[in-house]
Ligand binder design. Structure first.
Ligand code: F6R
Length: 586
């Protein structure tokens, strides 16, 4: 949602804060800001726009001073305005805070602070934290005592960092991510290791229900009752250092093109991972597979693979609906939780409900340092490197590749485990990107796109439609091919595009019939298939592959098409409007 960062440095802190914010911008990009301590004065510069825009306007990275905090925002409480951007100063200006999450009881707290004479400048829930801290510090003169008081007063899920005018940073974590980085020039605290990637891979985890006090002398960690908590230093994966766009214009394009390699990486589970996941799944009496958005689409395909080729019967659950789903959790239940970020609030909530009832959790997660990875019984990394583009691309195919490896192991090889042909097929498809760009150019005026798939290809259709919606802002709807005639046909006319996922497997004949039905109502048909047909106005060729592997390649033309549609429609594919990459609020 939002990203927060702090830095206690032996050199000018602001350039590192701005750099860290740029790398974490995927978490929210409505507005950005920085607060820097110079002498005893805290200077704040903040504004609406992306980090680079605000920095160009205000010179955030020019501020002198050794201790600083920064923020990128994804608005929840209060509009996207300069005054609602973080950091927020306390009434007296003696401290400033940056906050990620929601303070559920902020209205009550604000009212009572107002009565006591504290002033507020924004409409945010966050500002109460600054004033509560100021009040507690005035009463106790102790940063630790003040943090304890504040964390017991605020309800909700949050992480925040406060900068005090004596040069201390105080940071608390409650169900939102926070991690400390130990660099040569000082200490970082950030929502994501990307905040200090390339500077250090030495980290200290702040656990849920803990707060840290950080100054030039070092780090102290406490639980919310004020007891000191010992902390160890862990090294995080080096791949977090590889975060540039390389030769690509956008991260999204780079990540689409990385898939031939990332799929192969994801499919390489270790012997012990395969053994452990097989044990957990075969001993389970119930298996649920859950995720949100793109990860849910991978969950749908994962369930199909397990149920079709192995003895494991798995039920897909949309994590945001899990609370209301008639699940039966017990100690014989396994939840397979899918998440790129490992921080999606809906997923964490669903998993916590399961854990409380004794269920085991297997997570397929990309961010190895995430909350989900840390609370799982077994966590299997997707190993596809940082995914910065807000739309999920390579993490989706890596989730699928991991499922193929598991299903292959459990089925004694009924599902192919060698994904070499898939990698080659994707590379071939991507060579034809100029064709997809031309198709996108012709489609750019479309107001409605229907995406048809049948069987496993319906799951790909769902993912394809989601990519078009979020990247190109065009209404796109996935339908099982056979459902067209049960109502949606009424919507078709010559202004509508219909994309059919139509490989020559068992679904081919039915889907071809649906394509004809749509064509005879005037719609333009785009066929994604390994076989051309007269019914297609545009044909996007698929490589010949084992039919069970097709979903892994079918999604790639959708990703590229959605990307080029976004470019043609002047949308920013890396940062779609109104979205944030990890949705850490409910
Ligand atoms: C779609 C997209 C979202 C995420 C969803 C879950 O491109 O990015 O739909 O897939 O918010 O996120 P993770 O996988 O991080 O749990």
């Amino acid at each position: 949602m939002c990203s927060i960062i702090g830095f206690v440095s032996s050199k000018q802190a602001s350039p590192s804060i701005v750099q860290g914010l740029r790398r974490m911008e995927y978490r929210g990009y409505d507005s950005a800001g920085i607060a820097v301590l110079e002498g005893k004065k805290i200077h704040v510069r903040k504004g609406v726009g992306k980090v680079a825009e605000v920095n160009n306007m205000l010179g955030m990275d020019e501020l002198p001073g050794y201790v600083a905090v920064g923020h990128t925002r994804w608005a929840t409480h209060g509009g996207v305005t300069e005054k609602n951007a973080h950091p927020h100063l306390s009434s007296s200006g003696k401290l400033a805070i940056v906050h990620n999450g929601i303070v559920d009881n902020y209205r009550v707290l604000k009212e009572s602070l107002l009565k006591e004479g504290f002033s507020f400048r924004s409409e945010t829930d966050s500002e109460v934290i600054a004033n509560l801290l100021e009040k507690a510090f005035a009463e106790t003169r102790s940063i630790e005592e003040s943090m304890m008081r504040v964390v017991t007063q605020i309800d909700g899920k949050y992480a925040f960092v406060a900068i005090f005018d004596d040069g201390t940073l105080a940071a608390a974590r409650f169900h939102e991510p926070l991690i400390i980085g130990i660099g040569e020039n000082g200490y970082y605290v950030a929502s994501d290791v990307l905040g200090f990637a390339g500077v250090t891979d030495k980290v200290v985890y702040v656990d849920n229900g803990e707060f840290a006090a950080i100054d030039s002398e070092g780090i102290s960690i406490f639980d919310f009752q004020g007891n000191p908590v010992p902390h160890g230093v862990t090294r995080v994966a080096e791949e977090f250092g590889v975060i540039g766009k390389g030769k690509y214009v956008h991260f999204t394009l780079k990540e689409i093109f990385e898939q031939p390699q990332t799929i192969a990486m994801a499919a390489k589970l270790t012997e012990s991972e395969l053994k452990e996941v097989s044990r957990l799944l075969t001993e389970a009496s119930r298996v649920y597979v859950l995720g949100c958005g793109t990860s849910y689409h991978a969950a749908l395909l994962g369930c199909r693979l397990l149920s079709e080729y192995t003895q494991v019967n798995a039920t897909p659950v949309l994590a945001s609906e899990a609370k209301f789903f008639p699940t039966k959790y017990d100690s014989k239940t396994v939840l397979i939780a899918l998440s790129q970020s490992g921080e999606t609030a809906d997923v964490l909530e669903a998993v916590e409900i399961g854990l409380e009832k004794g269920a085991k959790v297997v997570s397929l997660v990309n961010v190895a340092t995430s909350t989900l990875a840390r609370i799982s019984t077994l966590s299997i990394g997707l190993r596809c490197g940082p995914e910065i583009g807000v739309a999920a691309t390579k993490s989706f195919t890596s989730q699928l590749a991991t499922f193929y490896a598991i299903a292959s192991h459990l089925s004694g090889g009924r599902v192919p485990s060698d994904l070499g042909g898939v990698s080659k097929g994707i590379s071939e498809l991507l060579v034809k990107q100029t064709h997809l760009r031309e198709v996108a150019r012709r489609m750019k005026g479309a107001s409605d796109i229907y995406v048809l798939g049948t069987g496993p290809h319906y799951c790909v259709a769902l993912e394809g439609a989601l990519k078009i919606k979020e990247l190109a802002y065009v209404h796109a709807e996935a339908l099982p091919g056979g459902e067209l005639k049960h109502g949606p046909l009424a919507l078709l006319d010559p202004s509508v595009y219909v994309i059919v996922v139509n490989p020559t497997d068992a679904t081919y004949v039915d889907m071809l019939a649906s394509a004809h039905e749509a064509k005879s109502r005037g719609a333009k048909i785009i066929g994604i298939s390994d076989k051309p047909s007269d019914v297609y106005d545009e044909w996007v060729g698929l490589p010949k592959l084992d039919p069970s592997l097709l979903p892994l390649v079918e999604v790639v033309p959708f990703q590229a098409l959605a990307y080029y549609l976004a470019v043609e429609r002047n949308a920013d594919p890396d940062y779609p409007r109104n979205l944030a990459k990890s949705v850490t609020v409910k």
